[in-house]
Design a protein around this ligand. Structure first.
Ligand code: DON
Length: 255
């Protein structure tokens, strides 16, 4: 089936427009050719059949980009529509969609519970009020010059993802690659759980045991964020663009 669909994708279409090699595709020798690289002990990764790079799945919602130009001007942009097509309204004449962030308000006044529903007063819905966002596009300056540009998608995990990149660069002295690659954690107040970014191998058992001994309720999560960042070395001024590898569709200049 896999090879049949590979053949369909690479050789078959409207024969009035495309030269479909019917004789070859229906020949025993072509069937033998396909069959020869079937491994009885192991499924073939589909991408290995393609004679071109197969792209990863592009995210369907929020994204973050970081830029820095030769004059030292930086942009950190976290961009969201929320659900598909946002508010489902396009700005006439401008051609872009309006987002829908109503879910970022505290929905039920007074209802704050252990599941993470927040009902505290400051962010309750009111006419003309802007909802509280987790988005934290960040530019760090040192002596007036850009030191770090970062930010991330990921809903409520965003501030903690951004915090990790900032801590890793400024406090732990990691270079950009290491700062972005390092496993992250997330605690949102409620639920009262510390989520450790998976896979489990990120967190040796003694580390997890130490966190639990401190009283943390610990759980293992999936990937946390997608923090495309730029780190500028304060001494040399060298600029390091770092695409977060957690989602596969992004590249930094120079990658
Ligand atoms: O601003 C917020 O808190 C959310 N509307 C952000 C949405 C988001 O990050 C979705 N994510 N991947």
């Amino acid at each position: 089936m896999r090879r049949g669909f590979y053949t369909r994708a690479t050789a078959i279409a409207d024969p009035d427009m495309v030269d479909v090699p019917v004789a070859r595709l229906t020949s025993r020798s072509y069937a033998d050719e396909l069959a020869r690289n079937i491994d009885d002990q192991r499924a073939t990764p589909s991408a290995s059949l393609a004679p071109f790079p197969v792209l990863g799945a592009e995210g369907s919602d929020t994204t973050h980009l970081s830029t820095l130009d030769a004059d030292g001007s930086a942009v950190a942009l976290t961009y969201t529509l929320e659900e598909g097509y946002g508010a489902k309204a396009v700005v006439a004449g401008a051609g872009f969609l309006l987002n829908n962030e109503m879910g970022d308000f505290n929905l039920i006044p007074g209802r704050t519970d252990v599941t993470g529903r927040i009902g505290t007063p400051p962010n309750l819905i009111a006419g003309g009020k802007r909802m509280l966002s987790s988005q934290t596009p960040t530019i760090v300056l040192r002596d007036g010059r850009v030191r770090l540009v970062t930010g991330s998608p990921g809903g409520r995990t965003i501030p903690n993802t951004t915090l990790w990149v900032v801590l890793n660069v400024l406090d732990f002295g990691l270079d950009g690659r290491a700062a972005v690659d390092a496993p992250r954690t997330h605690h949102p107040w409620f639920p009262d759980v510390l989520t450790l970014e998976g896979p489990a191998s990120n967190w040796p058992e003694p580390v997890r045991a130490a966190l639990q001994a401190l009283g943390h309720r610990v759980q293992l999560g999936g990937i946390q964020g997608d923090a495309h960042s730029i780190v500028v070395d304060p001494e040399s001024g060298t600029v390091e663009g770092v695409a977060d590898r957690r989602r596969e569709t992004s590249r930094a200049a120079g990658d």
